[in-house]
Design a protein around this ligand. Structure first.
Ligand code: PLP
Length: 428
């Protein structure tokens, strides 16, 4: 595999961009080797700058649920480009997007658009605090909610991968109102609320954890969070930046039939453009400026290019049979890899919810961060490299999801399974 051009670009990048990348996990630190620079992508494939081609299961970390550069999104974007790319004034597109989100996501009565998932979670948390008049909030070990100060404690993936328990630059004050509890442990939540429930503004949770690998919620966990928040008057926030429009049109809240008070969205709803959104019960959302006292704003919020891209994508996802097909493809890939590991005699814990899946290299049943952390990340790194050399891209970290898209054909998936079988046999 020739990677000359990628290496040249990395050398150049490292002089002018910290670590050569604009988001840490892209640097391949946890899997070793130099990152691959991409040139273009279409459908299930990406091409790098050295003309290698890969079947891609990263999908830009989630947004590419239709595959790369889908015509329906490109057409919508092309049509909008000639009409202007940002106005800083209200547009009909934003109304249509809000209507589409309200129609799709069970808990959302009103929604506000922002430009990233980080902004969405940061704003939802501020709103929950403003609404309740309380300071504390609960988050779960290994859940990631973007990189705002208060949320950057025990935060999964990027941080886990880099081995930074909490980052310099976040003050004790900013982190001090964060109560970190083990994922899937409702008893710990009840205990925390019994001690300080009247001071807890919100619980924020990834309803399917996707930033410590993929960890599904245990039966009763999400229902338990709903019940605890109800009895203490706290706001339940589902961070559906990954799961929204991924595990069902209405996200994890539709799939598990548990309704949060606020929901954060991102990734898929921008159709590959920078976007985020937060929404929920009107009673809470009406506390936002200019209606209410909780301030939140954004120059590029509701950007028309992102809106048309997202709307085109949601339109496709609203067609009948889409989620059944994603389920089928996700299952084909995950069970194929899992069987290949079994055949090779390598112990794995395979997790999957719909089209997001993960292969943990551990004999433990992964239910939280402590068990996820038992995974042999060196072995994952070798697996990652073996797959890459065979023309299949997985996330360059154990603690990320594998995303199957509608563009993956059964043939693509079987290529990945065959690559996995060869790689795992080599590793055994
Ligand atoms: C990606 C992600 C975020 C942050 O979104 P950005 O657009 O990267 O800021 C927040 N929450 C979850 C669950 C995510 O996966």
């Amino acid at each position: 595999m020739d990677t000359t051009r990628s290496q040249q670009l990395m050398a150049e990048a490292s002089k002018v961009i910290p670590g050569g990348v604009n988001s840490p996990v892209r640097a391949f630190r946890s899997v070793g080797g130099a990152p691959i620079f991409y040139d273009h992508a279409k459908g299930s494939r990406v091409w790098d700058v050295d003309r290698n081609v890969y079947v891609d299961f990263v999908g830009s970390w989630g947004p590419m649920i239709l595959g790369h550069a889908p015509e329906v999104v490109l057409e919508a974007v092309r049509a909008q480009l000639g009409r202007g790319t940002s106005f800083g004034a209200p547009t009909e597109l934003e109304v249509r997007m809000a209507q589409a989100v309200v129609a799709a996501v069970p808990s959302i009565e009103m929604v506000r658009m922002v430009s990233s998932g980080t902004e969405a979670t940061m704003s939802a948390l501020r709103l929950a605090r403003g609404f309740t008049g309380r300071d504390l909030f609960v988050k779960f070990d290994g859940n990631y909610h973007g990189h705002s100060d208060a949320l950057l404690t025990s935060a999964g993936s990027g941080l886990v991968t880099l081995g930074i328990p909490s980052t310099p630059g976040v003050t004790a004050g900013a982190a001090g109102d964060t109560i970190v509890l083990p994922y899937n442990d409702i008893a710990a939540v009840v205990q925390a609320f019994e001690a300080r429930g009247d001071r807890i503004a919100a619980v924020i949770v990834e309803p399917v954890a996707g930033n410590m690998g993929v960890v599904p919620p245990r039966p009763g966990f999400l229902e338990g969070l709903r019940a605890v928040c109800d009895s203490f008057g706290s706001v339940l926030i589902f961070d559906e930046v990954i799961t929204g429009f991924r595990v069902a049109l209405g996200g994890a809240q539709e799939r598990y039939a548990v309704t949060p008070d606020l929901t954060t969205l991102g990734k898929i709803i921008g159709g590959g453009f920078p976007v985020g959104a937060f929404g929920g019960r009107a009673e809470i959302m009406e506390r936002l400026a200019p209606l209410g006292p909780v301030y939140q704003a954004g120059t590029l919020s509701g950007n028309p290019i992102a809106m048309v891209a997202g709307l085109a994508l949601i339109g496709e996802l609203s067609k009948p049979g889409v989620y059944a097909e994603l389920e089928r493809k996700g299952a084909r890939l995950a069970s194929g890899i899992c069987k290949a590991a079994e055949t090779a005699g390598i112990e794995t814990c395979c997790t999957r919810v719909g089209s997001m899946s993960c292969t943990f290299f551990t004999a433990e049943d992964v239910v939280d961060w402590a068990t996820a952390a038992t995974s042999d990340t060196q072995r994952y790194a070798a697996f990652f490299r073996g797959m890459l050399e065979r023309g299949v891209t997985l996330a360059p970290s154990q603690y990320e999801a594998t995303f199957t898209s509608l563009a993956h054909t059964d043939e693509d998936i079987d290529i990945a399974i065959a690559a996995a079988a060869e790689t795992l046999e080599e590793l055994s």
